[in-house]
Design a protein around this ligand. Sequence first.
Ligand code: ZN
Length: 66
Amino acid sequence: MGKINYMKPKAKFKFNNGNGALLCSKCSVIIKTGRDYTKEEKEAAYGDGYLEPQYCNKCKDELQKS
Ligand SMILES: [Zn+2]
């Protein structure tokens, strides 16, 4: 609580009924749901860690091309 939130790009999460999801930072498609989170993703989802933006395969492809 009260942690300063810098505008550092980070992974995007969605919460619904305790079972969250990791979203693509570009198109917001669901990449994976809470049950598949790695330790790092779980920590980031609950605000305890930093996770860099994650992208779905489609956006990953586009980012690599540009
Ligand atoms: Zn995407």
